[in-house]
Design a protein around this ligand. Structure first.
Ligand code: IOT
Ligand code: MG
Ligand code: MG
Length: 500
């Protein structure tokens, strides 16, 4: 597997000996290995998606980590001798905790969800941007924690824990906020939270060359940090974001893949990049309506009801599902447009550009765009260099005049990549994945053909997402059992379409 040792988990932490439970329903695939360990006054029981279930423990501290850490060398130096030679990320987190305690979570740059217990306290923590969603249910019988909400669907309402948010459609499940560690003492119910990261709100003023150099350096390091020496795949549209990632992999045998449909593709742009940097490149073409009909898979993986975001994620899910070969490590260009304001073509003035960037950086949490489940449903591990903590800090904080400059969007990134990419790629206008693949327009046509009024299309899309979410998350039905066409029929028949 090109991914980390653990890609997901569902764990219950209780004060008494727990009852053995069934293996959880998860959309991520993989072998579920049982966990059953006493940890001080607490007891861990549940399941991890892993081959080996490494749950390290030392000095009364026990740790599980789904995902991976980056910039490990710097972290090892900070931690000191106890981290020498430690390669496993859960062990590294344990060593970090033993030196720094919970505030040590602020040192980590990674893509992870973690649980740590020490004494009578349980801590559930996300990475800086919550890229591995983490859910909790806090009841009389202890704390249940899982990387998918559907695993926690049974049980009474949860106390509204600090540092958590409610999730769509569900009674008792709470989601741990991005960049947050929630601490709970199951025996007393006492709970508190700390922030481990916040998006910067200040803006840095730099000369052009210095800004370009910083962006190049930090992105180069983020891509390098995501390679593990094994084979790597880049999902390549031929736009500046994914082309930059592909170019910075600088390793032989890199595979690039592009998705297109009968409604549209970006094959030529992607091919130009693949030829230029010399990757092994494949194109996948699927029927556009077949693509849209896989919506239940995207909802099951992302566990969201936001139809716009589902339109971005659906083509990726479809591509991951049809990839040959198991257990790939996949790098994406996803997320670059958020700190760089790439989605906002209509905003002409720099003040409105910076306003939407600030808004987007304060509203991403809970959209689960980066969730590993999108790839793990097909057994692949995804990682997103633009949402590396250091990259995000730099990109977000650059003053907006460096992002729109000389009539170009994402100017600073385009300029940083000038020497590694063809001019056609550097100057290629932005095209969203939902546009290039025809996902948005084809879903819309399917609704119009079914009799939905044009003005009702956004509401009908949302109603479909909610109906599918109720089934694949609320009831944990397998997405294969949920028919897009049946849901569409029900939504149209429902009088609530008018009031969604
Ligand atoms: P876009 O930036 O077009 O695509 C995101 C990534 O998906 C690309 O960098 C690339 O790795 C992959 N990709 C896109 N199209 C293809 C394709 N045809 N074949 C293979 N891979 C492809 C939407 C968007 O414009 O996607 N995503 C925005 C942010 C959404 C807004 N979210 C928010 N405000 N919270 C993004 O920044 O990625
Ligand atoms: Mg992009
Ligand atoms: Mg694009």
């Amino acid at each position: 597997m090109g991914g980390p040792p653990i890609t997901g988990f569902s764990i219950r932490i209780t004060t008494g000996e727990p009852q053995a439970g069934d293996a959880p329903t998860l959309t991520a695939t993989g072998q579920a290995v049982a966990i059953n360990v006493p940890a001080g006054g607490l007891h861990w029981s549940g399941w991890a998606l892993t081959a080996s279930a490494p749950i390290p423990s030392a000095d009364g501290v026990t740790v599980v980590l789904a995902g991976e850490l980056y910039h490990r060398d710097a972290l090892r130096v900070a931690i000191g001798p106890s981290a020498d030679g430690v390669n496993d990320d859960a062990e590294l987190l344990l060593a970090c905790w033993l030196r720094y305690g919970a505030p040590g979570l602020r040192l980590l740059d990674g893509r992870f969800a973690a649980v740590v217990t020490e004494g009578d306290t349980v801590v559930a923590a996300t990475d800086h941007a919550g890229t591995v969603p983490l859910y909790v249910r806090h009841g009389q019988d202890g704390l249940a924690i899982a990387t998918e909400a559907k695993a926690l669907r049974h049980g009474g309402p949860s106390e509204p824990l600090p540092g958590t948010e409610s999730v769509p459609g569900n009674t008792g499940v709470r989601r741990v906020r991005a960049g947050t560690a929630v601490a709970v003492v199951p025996s007393s119910g006492k709970a508190s939270a700390i922030r481990t990261w916040l998006p910067p709100e200040h803006r840095i003023v730099l000369p052009e060359e210095e800004a370009v150099r910083r962006v190049y350096t930090v992105l180069d390091e983020a891509v390098r940090s995501r390679l593990d020496g094994g084979p790597v795949t880049v999902v390549l549209s031929g736009g500046i974001d994914s082309s930059s990632v592909a170019a910075l992999t600088r390793q032989s045998g890199v595979e690039t893949i592009s998705l297109g449909t009968d409604a549209g593709d970006e094959f030529e742009a992607a091919r130009t990049v693949a030829d230029h940097i010399g990757t092994r490149h494949s194109e996948f073409r699927v029927g556009s309506e077949d693509l849209v009909r896989q919506l239940p898979w995207a909802v099951a993986a992302a566990e969201i009801i936001d139809a716009d975001v589902l339109e971005y994620l659906l083509p990726l899910v479809v591509m991951y599902r049809l990839l040959p070969g198991a257990g790939r490590r996949i790098l994406t260009g996803y997320g670059a447009d958020i700190p760089l304001g790439g989605m906002h073509r209509a905003t002409r003035r720099l003040d409105s550009l910076d306003t939407v960037i600030s808004d987007d950086m304060n509203t991403f949490d809970g959209l689960n765009e980066m969730s590993p489940v999108l790839g793990c449903l097909a057994g692949h591990w995804t990682t997103h260099p633009y949402w590396d903590r250091s990259v995000l800090d730099v990109l977000t904080a650059l003053e907006p005049g460096l992002k729109r400059r000389h009539g170009r969007d994402k100017w600073v990134l385009r300029e940083a990549m000038r020497d590694l990419l063809p001019e056609a790629t550097v100057s290629r206008p932005k095209l969203g994945i939902h546009e290039g693949s025809g996902t948005t327009s084809v879903w819309t046509s399917m609704l119009l053909d079914a009799g939905v009024a044009a003005a009702d299309v956004p509401r009908a899309k949302r109603a479909m997402a909610i109906a599918i979410h109720d089934r694949v998350v609320g009831q944990a039905e397998p997405p294969a059992d949920v028919s897009f066409d049946d849901v569409l029929r029900d939504v149209i028949a429902s009088p609530s379409l008018a009031v969604v």
